[in-house]
Design a protein around this ligand. Structure first.
Ligand SMILES: [Zn+2]
Length: 390
């Protein structure tokens, strides 16, 4: 089915400029971009009336089975978790997000969902998934993760996730905020354990990412050859240098501590989580600023599913990035083409270009002029289909 999206203000995320044009889509792919295109016979015309068209947004750090409201009862079985996850996928679409990377879900539900979205049984953003995270016994994320100790068992755990169909292997290099009794600064999986996991992933063409907050744990992960650092709260010059040399990515998830502190104990966030977040918040912000400035490759992720960090909240991360000193265009770049590069799909997604898939996030007011405008999505298009309309 041909579709002509008329009168758009298109954002070129690489040249960092906007221009007025129409977009002709056929079979889910962008066929032509230009002023005053003629609608081919039988094409549906969608008049955008000057709205701003961005490439579909990416969120590279979500927990799709997790509910962000800590006061709501936790789902008690896989059926309830799956229903919750399907609702969460719809929330992502409603905020302009057409691609997510799940970095830790309960019971491999994310892997099933990726397949269901791929073949059209469930409506949602495209997904890359990691299944269960691999952590040490009693380590961060142990309640839903795959606990493994020693290089051999870690290797086996990685093979299990790969067998189940994971695109990414998520490991826990340090403690974290949301698990009781572990500290964000403490080291967890060892260099040897993470090296075994990275070897197995890379052998199969999969990639690795790590929850890494404290400095020593970050460096362990870098020594092990992990591809992407999540959070990266205590980065120093040495870690940043290594990331630059190795081409390691950073997904900072500025939203996670922001919302824990915003709602706090009064909002039902456990006291231990609030206390730990108070300690790390400013370091986290400063680390992101320093890494971005140094040229570390940064992609966009929110940690959606952590307290008050909603599945329609990806735009909040861009607002926080601008607060950290990025221009609106730079923030948009991280959530589009940069994230597409991290996920290895930049040949088909991440920019609005002829030959790429028609994934768009459309906004009444231009987010490149004021990043707050990105929090008000008017329409989301995926494979040329309108999958959300306000
Ligand atoms: Zn997370």
């Amino acid at each position: 089915m041909k579709k002509l999206f008329k009168n758009g203000k298109i954002v070129d995320v690489e040249k960092k400029e906007t221009y007025a044009a129409d977009i002709l889509v056929d079979d889910g792919v962008i066929r032509e971009i230009g002023p005053h295109l003629q609608a081919p016979r039988g094409a549906r015309v969608v008049d955008l009336r000057g709205s701003t068209v961005l490439p579909g947004l990416f969120n590279c750090h979500v927990h799709i089975t997790s509910e962000p409201d800590p006061r709501k009862p936790k789902p008690q079985n896989d059926a309830a978790l799956t229903i919750q996850a399907i609702n969460n996928l719809a929330l992502h679409l409603s905020s302009g997000v057409t691609y997510v990377r799940d970095v830790g879900s309960a019971n491999l539900i994310d892997i099933e969902l990726r397949e269901a979205v791929r073949d059209g049984r469930v409506k949602g953003p495209d997904m890359q998934v990691s299944g269960r995270c691999i952590c040490m016994t009693g380590g961060h994320g142990w309640s839903s993760g795959r606990q493994a100790d020693g290089p051999d068992e870690c290797r086996k755990a990685a093979r299990e996730m790969l067998r189940a169909g994971a695109d990414w292997i998520k490991v826990m290099a340090t403690g974290g905020v949301m698990t009781k009794g572990v500290e964000p600064g403490s080291e967890q999986l060892t260099v040897e354990e993470m090296t075994a996991i990275a070897e197995e992933a890379h052998k199969k063409g999969a990639l690795t990412c790590t929850h890494a907050q404290g400095n020593a744990g970050i460096k362990n992960a870098l020594k092990a050859g992990i591809d992407c650092i999540e959070h990266g709260i205590y980065l120093d010059d040495e870690a940043i240098d290594t990331m630059l040399k190795q081409g390691t990515w950073l997904v900072a998830t500025l939203c996670a501590p922001h919302f824990i502190l915003k709602h706090g104990i009064a909002g039902g966030v456990p006291e231990y989580a609030v206390r730990k977040t108070e300690i790390v918040h400013d370091h986290h912000f400063a680390s992101f600023q320093k890494a971005y400035k140094a040229g570390v490759k940064c992609a966009c992720g929110t940690d959606a599913g952590t307290p008050y960090n909603p599945h329609n909240g990806t735009p909040n991360e861009l607002v926080l990035m601008v607060r950290a000193g990025l221009t609106p265009f730079q923030a948009i770049e991280t959530a589009t083409i940069n994230s597409a590069r991290l996920l290895g799909v930049d040949d088909i997604l991440g920019t609005i270009e002829v030959g790429k898939k028609a994934h768009f996030a459309i906004f009444k007011k231009d987010p490149t002029e004021d990043i707050e405008n990105i929090t008000d999505c008017e329409m989301t298009v995926k494979n040329g289909e309108i999958v959300y309309k306000k």
